[in-house]
Ligand binder design. Sequence first.
Ligand code: SAM
Length: 385
Amino acid sequence: MKHTFTVTVSRGLEDVLATELRRMGLQKVTPERGTVRFTGPLKDGLRACLWCRTGSRVLLQIARFQANHPDELYEALHRIRWEEHLAPDGMLWVDFVGTSRDIRHSQFGARLTKDAIVDRLRTPSGTRPGVDRDNPDVRVHIHLKHSVFTVSIDLSGASLHWRTPKRRMTEAPLKENLAAALLMMMDWPKRSRAGEPLIDPMCGSGTIVQEGAAIAANLPPGRFRRDWGFSRWRGHDPAAWRALLQESHEAQVRPKSLVLGFDHDEDVVAVARYNCQQLGMSNLTIKKRALSDLQPPEGAPPGLLVTNPPYGERIGDDTLFGLYGHLGDLLRNRMLGYGVGVLAPAGPLSKSIGLRTDKRHVLHNGPLECRYLELSISTEAPQRY
Ligand SMILES: C[S@@+](CC[C@H](N)C(=O)[O-])C[C@H]1O[C@@H](n2cnc3c(N)ncnc32)[C@H](O)[C@@H]1O
């Protein structure tokens, strides 16, 4: 049976996610604002859960209808065969996104949805589903736009950026799905297959290099997650899931690339190393090294440098302009032939790198609006006069 799936994504990354889903072989992949849709059997939705590096949630659409009044909404929700999704004594959570003239608060919409589901499933003896925000058996997602309601089962559960519950943070860490997107935008999957190195000279907790190493080894980002939105959902297909896990073991490759993360802060380096261990990543090296010591790895071809230098708003420092200028000089003089991606805050800081950018993307790092600068460093050292 064919279903419609929606994968949610941070704004600005819709096309990156669409490319990723197409590469997984998924069908009718269509980017929209903040989401990408595709169609296929349930197994394709499970595949997206296991393999999608850049998205946030995978939603399986179970109904879509227009309702112009809360009573109409309740009736339409009550007609859905919720018994196919949740047991009468199961636990439920509803995420409601959007408002309309009649549903001015999403909380009201969520309560009304919960009531319709509970009323449908209540047994003559009075057993009825309960509500649990943190650990529900089924998470229902409702999207409302122009009086059209899309009702879905959230197959992912916790957001897909969670790779391992044991991750430790340093200051201003990137989400894993954003880090993966920065790499995809610079063609890292192809570059890593060609054996190019990857460097992050200000790696913090190591998110970019950990994602890079996982891509290079073709390891699925969901490999450590045990609890998914579908785990206790009545429609789940455990055999299909087991088959996907088996396929993923066979898909693993021996990486050809060097992956290197540096940071000048010893404590930060220790955290990054700990995170690598938790992820079982052996194909990457983390070292304490100041940016000023940046050098391309000896004996390796030119490759990719992706980094997320400190931000004014989160790591306050007057010398940030100097740091960005210094980064630009080092890139120009030492990283000859490299492709470079720099995620910097919107505003004057990014300009102080002083290099011509090939592309400049508007992205969001949590609430911060950022610029992602794509640069290609000339293969020849600049002339000195
Ligand atoms: C915004 S954080 C990077 C966060 C990282 N992307 C993550 O996901 O955890 C910037 C990092 O740059 C490091 N840093 C700042 N100045 C540096 C320098 N001169 N040399 C090397 N590392 C530096 C800081 O210690 C900090 O860990």
